[in-house]
Design a protein around this ligand. Structure first.
Ligand SMILES: [Zn+2]
Length: 452
């Protein structure tokens, strides 16, 4: 099966190459702004925009006619063309978003890009794009050293199982990266090695993943140590940044420092998420996670929370393709499914649960369990109860059709007592007893598993 995949490498350019990278990024920005200005002009006059093909034609005429644009030849012509394509996509997305045909938050009209205020980025889709050993070769730029070996991708290209479609170069906090979009011929497992295995997962920050599997084991994957120390540094740096004067040299410096720490947190987290999601998709056929409305999420003031929000989307994307590669599937619970407010013992939904409450306590049945474990167990239940109505990879299930079936309709009648067993409910009692020895120790199947 052919899948589109990205391979990203950090670049180590020579000073001359770095100048060339900056020049290309500037050219991409110029082309975007130039194209946007043409589109705006035409829209004023004729209520119409230009397509990227039209823009490219206009640009070819303009660059020859205007001696002020003679510098264009210093950069690959591909970069201009790709900017026009980006602009066309931006305009189309804007229209679709306004019509409500596009998921996510509403997009504004494309804006002019300002140096230092936008992301430096440009793309090549034709010309000499290659990688070998610890270098990548790009049009105009030649062979640039990379920090990591490109061996894995190079080998795939060599034996014909991968084809590089484009190369996007971008800068994050003073470091340049190249990301290759690659069509890879990948062997997809027809069946998962552990048929019938399932896990409900709750994603967090300190504990990256809290999961409960079909055997009742609680699996916790902690975030790497560098992550919490980076978070601490990030908090300190952002406080220091907010104390600097607007427009001052110190503010510029602290912004750079802040950006570097942000970038580091993102790498460390992405790396940890890659490892965790790989393990989950190899070990479990069905992975159930929450479908948070990431785009619509309010900007949280709490730093750790904000970082986690960033990671949720990333983790779900990783889980979606990794489960597919392994012959499994990812199920996303509808975002209205109250996985954290629902009692996994008796099905009573709490009216309120503050984020600071780390222990879930049920007033109806007396269940006391870790908040994340409770959520993960509810997600797992979703997989079991809605087996028929579950959509495959990437789908969502609504609580109305496949959600948790409350076993206890009248909270008052089944009072639990000290042990926390719901009377007269064998299913619930079974579940509650599973809580009793949680966090569960490794079960035979997972003994010695790297997750634990
Ligand atoms: Zn309960």
């Amino acid at each position: 099966m052919a899948v589109s995949q990205a391979y990203r490498f950090a670049l180590d350019p020579s000073p001359a190459q770095e100048r060339c990278l900056r020049s290309h990024a500037g050219a991409a920005r110029f082309a975007w702004n130039w194209g946007l200005a043409r589109c705006k002009e035409r829209y004023e006059a004729a209520r119409k925009w230009y397509s990227s093909v039209d823009l490219h034609r206009l640009w070819n005429a303009a660059k020859k006619a205007d001696p002020g644009l003679a510098w264009w030849a210093e950069n690959s012509k591909c970069v201009y063309q790709e900017s026009f394509r980006d602009l066309e996509r931006g305009l189309k997305d804007f229209v679709r978003s306004r019509k409500g045909e596009r998921k996510g938050k509403r997009l504004g009209f494309p804006r002019f890009k300002k140096r230092g205020r936008c992301r430096d980025s440009f793309r090549f889709s034709t010309g000499a794009i290659r990688c070998a050993g610890r270098t990548v070769t790009l049009p105009r730029l030649g062979a640039i050293r990379t920090y990591e070996s490109t061996r894995k991708l190079a080998r795939r290209v060599e034996n014909g199982t991968a084809r590089i479609v484009s190369a996007t170069v971008s800068r994050t906090a003073q470091r340049w990266f190249v990301s290759f979009t690659v069509v890879v011929d990948r062997a997809i497992a027809p069946r998962h090695p552990w048929p019938g295995s399932a896990i409900g997962v709750d994603l967090g920050v300190r504990t990256l993943v809290t999961g409960v599997d079909d055997r009742g084991s609680v699996i916790e994957i902690c975030g790497p140590k560098p992550l919490s120390s980076s978070l601490r540094r990030l908090r300190r740096a952002s406080r220091a940044h907010s104390r600097t004067q607007d427009g001052s040299e110190n503010r510029r410096k602290s912004a750079g420092r802040l950006a570097r720490i942000h970038a580091r947190v993102a790498y460390v987290r992405a790396d940890a998420l890659h490892k965790a999601t790989s393990e989950l998709s190899v070990r479990y056929e069905t992975v159930v996670a929450e479908d948070l409305n990431v785009a619509g999420m309010t900007r949280s003031r709490r730093l750790a929370r904000a970082v986690a929000d960033q990671g949720f989307g990333q983790a779900r994307r990783m889980l979606a393709y990794k489960t597919e590669w392994n012959g499994g599937r990812l199920i996303l619970a509808d975002r209205w499914y109250p996985s954290s407010k629902l009692c996994s013992g008796c099905g009573t939904v709490k009216a309120k649960l503050a984020l600071s409450e780390r222990v879930f306590t049920c007033e109806a049945c007396g269940l006391r369990t870790d908040r994340d474990v409770n959520a993960a167990r509810n997600l797992l239940d979703l997989a079991a109860s809605g087996a028929e109505s579950i959509n495959a990879c990437g789908g969502t299930i609504r609580p109305g059709t496949a959600g948790h079936v409350p076993v206890n309709q009248e909270p008052g009648t089944a009072h639990a007592g000290q042990t926390g067993t719901a009377s007269g409910q064998p299913l619930a009692a079974g579940r509650v007893s599973a809580h009793a020895h949680c966090p569960a120790t490794a079960l035979p199947r997972l003994a010695g598993h790297p997750l634990l």
